[in-house]
Design a binder for this molecule. Structure first.
Ligand SMILES: C[S@@+](CC[C@H](N)C(=O)[O-])C[C@H]1O[C@@H](n2cnc3c(N)ncnc32)[C@H](O)[C@@H]1O
Length: 293
């Protein structure tokens, strides 16, 4: 099966599970495929969208002095952040490996990084990093892992993912993760940010990818207080059949979750996954970059 056929199959399987009220997976990771990769980049370049710029500012001020055999970038997106670090780490890094489920994103990152001439060996692999056994094979010999800009917060079970990641890392590996935190007052503003036509297009895109027609449904965006996360629900207002899959009226699909841990919850989660915090950069009160060893 090609990767695209696998993606279509996996989206259908997630819908099938949601029909039976099993919401252990969401569709977020399929929001960056094909032309939606460009839509997503446009969306985040909007000056009102601050988080991306904030992380870049933090990264600009960090200096990594160790030697790295291999840096693994989980979800490189447009490749800009690694390009930024590459300028500082060119003499201390041997290999760079980007892993992304979206072939289009990998192409964009590759084109961005082509502009930088260094001796670092660069590789781009289309794969799903939720599948920890698959990424384990690439971890061999690596000692620096980056999961930037909130990617981890889209996991239904962030802590289990962190534990699994911990298990495949060596003790001295550096793991860098960016997290947008939720501190109560800002939550309603964050929900508003999700409630834009551009975000709806992106959130809906995994269903558009399997040809769900653009009618007879609505998207409900809410903050789940018990689980401290923003949830985007897709509700079918009429029965529909897609690729032999019959979707009953009022089926609810959990399109995406974005965990908004408080700083306290985040620190508790990190300790729950046995990483030791080396440094926490918190120069913006709602965004932190954790460096773990
Ligand atoms: C929110 S963007 C973050 C991009 C980048 N790390 C940054 O800091 O700018 C998420 C990226 O990770 C990729 N991605 C998300 N979930 C993935 C998964 N399970 N496996 C592989 N790639 C994934 C997406 O295609 C996208 O490029």
């Amino acid at each position: 099966m090609t990767m695209n056929a696998t993606i279509i199959h996996d989206i259908q399987e997630i819908i099938r599970a949601h029909i039976s009220w099993n919401y252990t997976q969401t569709l977020t990771k399929y929001s960056y495929i094909d032309q939606w990769a460009f839509d997503f980049i446009d969306f985040t370049q909007n000056p009102e969208y601050q988080w991306y710029q904030r992380e870049i500012e933090i990264l600009k001020n960090i200096w990594f002095s160790s030697l790295y055999n291999q840096i693994i970038d989980l979800g490189p997106w447009n490749g800009v952040k690694w390009s930024l670090l590459m300028q500082k780490m060119a003499d201390t890094t041997q290999r760079y490996l980007a892993i992304d489920i979206s072939n289009q994103m990998l192409t964009i990152a590759k084109n961005q990084q082509k502009k930088m001439t260094t001796s670092i060996d660069k590789q781009y692999i289309q794969s799903d990093f939720d599948d920890i056994t698959t990424i384990q094979q690439y971890m061999e010999g690596s000692n620096f892992v980056m999961m930037l800009w909130n990617t981890i917060t889209n996991s239904i079970d962030m802590i289990t993912y962190l534990r699994n990641l911990y298990d495949i890392c060596n003790e001295k590996d550096m793991v860098v993760i960016g997290v947008e935190i939720g501190n109560g007052e800002n939550i309603q503003n964050l929900v508003k940010e999700y409630n834009t036509p551009e975000n709806r297009v992106l959130t809906f895109s995994p269903l558009a990818y399997i040809w769900v027609p653009q009618h007879a449904w609505y998207i409900d965006i809410m903050f789940n207080r018990a689980l401290h996360r923003i949830e985007e629900w897709f509700v079918f207002e009429e029965e529909i059949v897609i690729a032999k899959l019959s979707i009953p009226k009022w089926t609810k699909i959990l399109l995406s979750v974005t965990n908004k841990p408080t700083l306290f919850q985040l620190i508790a989660s990190i300790q729950g996954s046995w990483f030791t915090i080396d440094n926490t950069y918190n120069n913006q009160e709602q965004y932190i970059l954790c460096l773990w060893k």
